[in-house]
Ligand binder design. Structure first.
Ligand code: NAD
Length: 393
């Protein structure tokens, strides 16, 4: 099969196995260049392990710390006629690279919100890892089935309190346009908290602790985006921000609940980056293409792997942790500082259809977007006939 990108709206509906493997290898090479991470965990569970920040966390754990990694994700297997999802191919490539170096790597493909997948994960940890000393929670999902009630909740990306009209960028049509978003109802806010808040993270930690597979002094972190004024109306102060605030409650709950194990639970705030999750959020593609340009000019631009490497070395496993007043680990300072934000704000006010390509890092945004699905990577022959059926193990 010759595989070329099929873009529909903000998503690419296929993926290139060779390109995804090359993208994973790029991240592995980056971590290897940094050298070993001191005092890092040896047995790591990554929930949401196949793309974006979760994949970067897994690569950092394995290739920076030599850790055994067990991943959980929700990806589509390829068939002879259809490619698998990027996360499928990323996982296949990760397994191969880790195992080639003698590192344990296995992955459970299923709904992380379910009790069944939690039980399957615990059984695997017991049989193959003993215990885990780091649990990364990096899920991004539009819906969640509550395992107790069976009710399926959907998240909404809407402002809270009042309607909001702003500019956005339609990545498919290459068009800057105005959008108006009505405020969320109380039910929509509560449902978004149910999906993207801290409840499931707490359930994971409780299940792991109850089963005796959480090591003493283990650490856990969930990821958040806080941002600043430009993104607050649609992110920080919006439905998704309310869900992310709930992570702070959950982190305190996890620390209190598992005091006897001395569990360290953190919410880590990361920078805005092109991922499958962020490209679906209105306003974010425009903001990200502008901030990419500004940060590249400042020499401070980072991708998922650079962010996570610093999270491990400067925060999670460092003595002098960059904690904010709410106790979160802040890795987003290079984006959210006043000077950088002032530059983005100036561009934001000016940007319109006819100057977008000049003011924003349009090419950088698109290149990163395509890369998420294994396209546009140097050295990959996209005219070659490739077998989409790449197995995991
Ligand atoms: P992503 O879409 O790249 O990754 C999501 C992961 O979750 C994938 O591994 C996917 O398979 C998995 N997943 C989704 N639903 C699942 C389910 N039901 N069961 C099992 N696995 C499931 O997203 P991302 O951008 O890397 O986001 C990860 C976390 O980082 C999120 O909490 C997000 O809010 C946060 N974050 C993202 C950004 C950003 O700009 N992208 C910035 C800061 C924080």
């Amino acid at each position: 099969m010759v595989i070329q990108p099929k873009i529909r709206g903000f998503i690419c509906t296929n993926a290139h196995p060779v390109g995804c493997a090359a993208h994973v290898q790029e991240q592995i090479d980056f971590i290897k260049r940094q050298g070993p991470i001191a005092d890092a965990p040896q047995r790591v569970l990554v929930i949401g392990c196949s793309t974006g920040y979760g994949l970067a966390s897994r690569i950092t754990s394995a290739f920076g710390a030599g850790a055994k990694t067990l991943g959980v994700c929700f990806e589509k297997e390829p068939s002879a006629k259809r490619t698998g999802t990027a996360g499928w191919y990323n996982t296949a490539a990760f397994h191969q690279a880790a195992r080639a170096e003698g590192l344990y790597a296995d992955t459970i493909n299923g709904d992380a919100f379910s009790d069944e997948v939690k039980a399957e994960t615990i059984a695997k940890i017991k049989a193959e890892m003993g215990k885990v000393d780091l649990v990364i929670y990096s899920l991004a999902s539009p819906k969640r089935k509550d395992p107790e009630s069976g009710v399926v909740y959907s998240s909404t990306l809407k402002p809270v309190g009042k309607a909001y009209t702003t500019k956005t960028y339609d990545t498919d049509k290459d068009l800057i346009k105005e959008i108006s978003l009505e405020p969320a109802t109380d039910e929509e806010i509560a449902d978004t908290v149910k999906v993207m808040g801290g409840e499931d993270w707490e359930r994971w930690l409780a299940a792991l602790a109850d089963a005796g597979v959480l090591a003493d002094n283990a650490k856990t972190t969930a990821y958040t985006y806080i941002g600043k004024e430009l993104t607050w109306p649609i992110y920080g102060h919006a439905t998704i921000g309310k869900a992310k605030e709930d992570l702070d409650r959950a982190a305190a709950g996890i620390r209190g609940e598992h005091r006897e194990l001395n569990i360290e639970a953190y919410v880590s705030s990361l920078k805005a980056l092109v991922t499958q999750a962020s490209s679906a959020i209105p306003v974010m593609p425009l903001y990200i293409s502008l901030i990419y340009g500004v940060m590249k000019e400042e020499g401070t631009h980072e991708g998922c792997i650079e962010q996570i490497y610093r999270l491990f070395t400067e925060a999670l496993y460092a003595d002098d942790q960059p904690l904010d007043a709410a106790g979160r680990l802040r890795m987003d300072g290079k984006e959210t500082n006043e000077a950088t934000q002032a530059k983005v704000k100036e561009l934001w006010d000016q940007v319109k259809q006819d100057n977008f390509h000049q003011l924003a890092d349009y090419e950088g945004y698109h290149a990163d977007f395509l890369k998420l699905f294994g396209f546009g990577i140097a050295g990959v022959d996209y005219d070659a006939d490739v077998d989409p059926e790449v197995p995991w193990s």
